[in-house]
Design a protein around this ligand. Sequence first.
Ligand code: CA
Length: 713
Amino acid sequence: MPLLVLGGCNKQPEPAAVAPAEAPVESFADVTTQRIIDTGASEEWLTYGGSYDEQRHSSLTHINRDSVAELGVAWTYELKTNRGVEATPIVVDGVMYVTSAWSLVYALDAQTGEELWAYDPEVDKAVGVNACCDVVNRGVAVYEGQVFVGVIDGRLEALDAKTGARNWSVVTVDQSKPYTITGAPRAVDGKVLIGNGGAELGVRGYLTAYDANSGDKIWRFYTVPNPNKKPDNEISDEVFSRLANDSWGDEGHWVTDGGGGTVWDSIVYDDVNEQIIFGVGNGSPWNRDFRDPSGGDNLFLSSIVAVDAETGRYRWHFQTTPGDNWDYTATQSIILADLPLGDSGTPLRVAMQAPKNGFFYVVNAETGQFISGSAFGPVSWATGLDEAGRPIEAEGARYGENPVWLLPGPLGAHNWHPMAFNPSEGLAYIPAQEVPQAYGADARYANNSAGWNTGADFAALIPATVRSSDLKAARATLKGRLIAWDPKTQQPRWTVEHPNAWNGGVLSTAGGLVFQGRLDGQFFAYDAATGEPLWSYNLQSGANAGPGTYSIDGTQYLTISTGWGSVFGVAAGYAFDETVPSTLGKVVTFKLGGTGEITKPDFPLIDRTTTAEAFGDEEMINKGLVHYARNCYVCHGAFAISSGVLPDLRWSPITTNAEAWKSVVHDGVLAEKGMVSFADHLSEEDIEAIRAYVVLQARNDMAERALASSGEQ
Ligand code: CA
């Protein structure tokens, strides 16, 4: 792939010295690998997971079990988008660097929230259709005076940390394919590491290291084979020819659809073993029968992989879900720690992960050897792990055309929400959930250049007549919890049950606290040893992101970015409040004795009526449902019930008029807003069938509410 360098390296030559030689040279955001190692997570928060080990455990103790009740708002900063917010802020030299949706970057005074600069990569909103899980971004890396951001359209960019001016920009993907970047880059020894996403739509995954100064590519490690099993002339060639190619057949949709295996979140630097350990995502398509009918393990899908940090050369891998069939990514938080597992309790350096598949794994960080694993919640797809850590699959879990309900579903027993680890308690804190899914083979499967290509049928168990009350009943069966998990015994020490499934990232502190936000906007502090809730605050918006903490001039701050959206918020028809549009995201920062406030958003209510009359026969409605489920649901919501992040099609005036509807869905008149034309994938007849389905959903909802209110009188 050609390397596109925009603007080149803008570093100006040093001007002739005008100050006395002994005057200190002021360096801005001068973060080095050694500084990240030395600082850990303490006064500053220098890298995505707090420290290179990504434990998200701060040594700060000013906010502690005794003082936490005095926490109040220090400042808030309004992000300029209502889409999902997942970013962990980086704090360096008193400056906070944080991102929001559409890969916007902000530099704020970390004491006051004052904006120092904002950067907009000016993304073409049409790329939003490639985002499986909203146009989110999980944060930046800061290194030697530069801020690095992965842009949703596949760019990696370097900004001047002081001014926000762009130093360089490289396109890291083939932009003709549905790649996205949502993850935070990591910076190590002059290199910036970035992966990508897109395995729901059909791409081939990899991790790349770029030169932090120039943006030049240094190495690339592919996670699935070249479509012809030929060399890529990359560092991964050796292990594919020796080992990984043989775990794939020669035919199947992987050859044309990319195979998946995207590295979309977890990338960890192990400074002890001088290696990069990263998590690899699901197969593309999900359904192995379509992806690779030969039935192989399909390395390195759903694996934890370690490569040499300098060269990218393969070291080891541990595959959590061989032959992935269920979207069981192993991209979730990887945490490095020394656990007393050796003879007579000597510390052993391990990597820990709670991936989507529902098992908690402990592997030797040096060798990748499986040490232990156990289910951290109910799983029905496997009955356990064998001695090598390989799952023992349950009968029927590899679904056919007859759908089967399985736990976990594709949202996972744990998703991207960062896990934390407290080394003195010896506990990992997992944002866990129970969200089952009916999986069925999609008999209509064919590669589609827009929309999802999983080979699994989302419409399998959803009758067209389903009503919003059915969705609410289905939601009530979903569960979410914070689990304090002991990786030595592979048992929970305590568990907090949440009112909803999807729950936020976690921060652990030496003050004996665990912080976590929730779907409903409540931000909690729990006792790290017992799980007792010690404090909570209503953030007035969804709280998904990993919180952070830092200290300036002796004051400890606690910070979290808020905002509704992300995959669950957008797709699950789960509104923060179904009657109002979603709110703009915010950075909310607390300190002891803070007296600020978060104002309750004051939005007009959504007018939940339509003038359209229901139309179409049963065949048309069912066709509309199938096409809605395949093309519309992941953005506009299950059962056509929107979260409020993207328009609720039921109440859109466009839905009342066949011509207006066609101009949007077929002709793409709203492409600039991200609603691209679906003319390549849907006939005009299909498009009108979707409208019939949406109007029926609107009418059913209005009838249901009318019935409920007449019953109340
Ligand atoms: Ca996935």
